[in-house]
Design a protein around this ligand. Structure first.
Ligand SMILES: [Zn+2]
Length: 198
């Protein structure tokens, strides 16, 4: 490993990025070689810094640089609407679309017994606690409509049925199985506006 050619090592590291195969990793590596040492250092520092400073919001488990994320800390957000997402990157997608004015809850994945993900490994207890303590009038399940996503929404619907809270899920405009974080802003706006009661 210590004898590995540094360029080969760089290409191997870059090919770990999602969607980046070996050819793209080579292109990125040669791009980096064409940049000044200062520019490359700034990019590397940005990666390391972000990784070191990132935390999770105490309330919603969004990624944050403080104990409370910028959404939970914003007094203008509508505290009666809670949007449940699988991952913080889905929050980024909804924030880009600008349609949702409420607050979020990040599950940290979806139920998938085949991948060894069981309900107790997700932040479902925390969700129930928030529903007990909060003044939510509506909970919107914004989870990808995959087999695992649908199973997760079914599980949550049953759990949430004991609360006096309206439960809805996104309308599909959003293609079945589509990744929320890849959806364009207009599609997400429409999915949120036309959400369906469950
Ligand atoms: Zn938060």
């Amino acid at each position: 490993m210590g004898l590995e050619n540094p360029l080969t090592h760089l290409i191997n590291q870059l090919s770990k990025f999602p969607g980046i195969g070996e050819k793209s990793a080579q292109r990125l590596a040669f791009f980096l070689l064409s940049q000044s040492e200062g520019d490359v250092r700034r990019m590397a520092d940005a990666m390391v810094n972000t990784r070191e400073k990132i935390k999770y919001c105490n309330t919603c488990f969004n990624i944050s640089f403080q104990d409370t994320c910028h959404v939970c800390a914003d007094p203008k957000r509508e505290g009666s609407q809670l949007c449940i997402v699988a991952s913080p990157k889905d929050i980024f997608a909804f924030e880009r679309s600008g349609e949702f004015k409420g607050v979020y809850h990040v599950l940290g994945g979806v139920i998938s017994p085949i991948d060894g993900v069981h309900p107790d490994m997700l932040r479902i207890q925390e969700l129930i606690m928030r529903c007990r303590q909060g003044d939510f009038k509506e909970v919107i399940m914004a989870i990808n409509a995959t087999i695992e996503g649908d199973a997760t929404m079914l599980y949550l619907t049953e759990l949430l049925s004991s609360f006096d809270i309206k439960v809805s899920k996104l309308a599909y405009g959003l293609p079945v199985g589509a990744d929320i974080d890849y959806a364009d802003e207009l599609t997400l706006q429409k999915a949120m506006m036309g959400r369906l009661l469950v």
